[in-house]
Design a binder for this molecule. Structure first.
Ligand SMILES: Nc1c(O)cccc1[N+](=O)[O-]
Length: 232
């Protein structure tokens, strides 16, 4: 899987050199590249923003540097069988979910466009849609200063699903949201800690009873904390 990230804060993604993603990068499972948007400017001040048409507070990211950045990262896709998927993290986007993480983990080429200021000139996504699959995705209903934080989270959620990324693929199956439910409570030694005991069923050795208890706990926790996940 190839991943390109375009941002005015490339250092934000030094995280790609550590953790799971760092190892995957070194192993060649993931070819992740970070691009500084200012590398696609041509003026002395390396300008990436300007005032909004129609007035209003804040600044808008200019289309020209983005156009050149996408030329650079999408150029080779002209002959690609599957067009790239370009993700614009945005509070106005579709909610990013585990299901979408699985979908994007199948994509051969992902590009993440990190907006700043009030956002990117809307013509950029319109233009890119003629050359790639565009997804506008939101991490949550709150205001961030830009897309970088959201992209780091999405990158972790997506790349850990790439085959070979995690040691035990089983560990992915039994996680919160993996089966549409929140994860059941988990315990390890000691059996009693500060007067609190591990549920007896988990020490019974009866795998059937353990599985039933875990399912019941996951449903109960989901009903209590995220009833919306049980609808529909
Ligand atoms: N919420 C937000 C934002 O305020 C700015 C960029 C991206 C996001 N997001 O992905 O959730």
């Amino acid at each position: 899987m190839r991943i390109d990230v375009v941002t005015i804060f490339p250092d934000f993604f030094s995280v790609l050199d550590v953790s799971l993603l760092g190892r995957a990068r070194q192993s060649g499972l993931v070819d992740a590249r970070v691009h500084d948007l200012r590398a696609f400017t041509h003026d002395r001040h390396r300008t990436v923003d300007d005032t909004p048409y129609g007035g209003g507070a804040g600044m808008v990211m200019k289309p020209e540097p983005w156009g050149e950045a996408f030329d650079a990262v999408l150029g080779t896709d002209a002959s690609a069988q599957t067009p790239a998927t370009v993700v614009f993290p945005s509070p106005a986007g579709e909610r990013f979910t585990q299901a979408i993480a699985h979908e994007l983990a199948e994509a051969p080429h992902l590009v993440f466009a990190c907006g700043r200021y009030e956002g990117i000139d809307s013509r950029v996504a319109e233009h890119v849609a003629t050359r790639a699959t565009v997804r506008e995705l939101s991490l949550g209903d709150y205001v961030l200063n830009g897309g970088e934080v959201a992209v780091v989270a999405m990158l972790e959620a997506i790349t850990r699903l790439v085959p070979g990324m995690v040691g035990n693929p089983e560990s992915i199956v039994e996680e919160s949201h993996a089966d549409g439910l929140l994860e059941y409570p988990i315990y390890t030694k000691p059996a009693t800690w500060r007067g609190l005991d591990v549920p007896d069923v988990l020490r019974s050795g009866d795998h059937g009873k353990v599985a039933a208890w875990r399912r019941e706990q996951a449903i109960e926790r989901t009903r209590r904390v995220r009833p919306d996940l049980l609808e529909g």
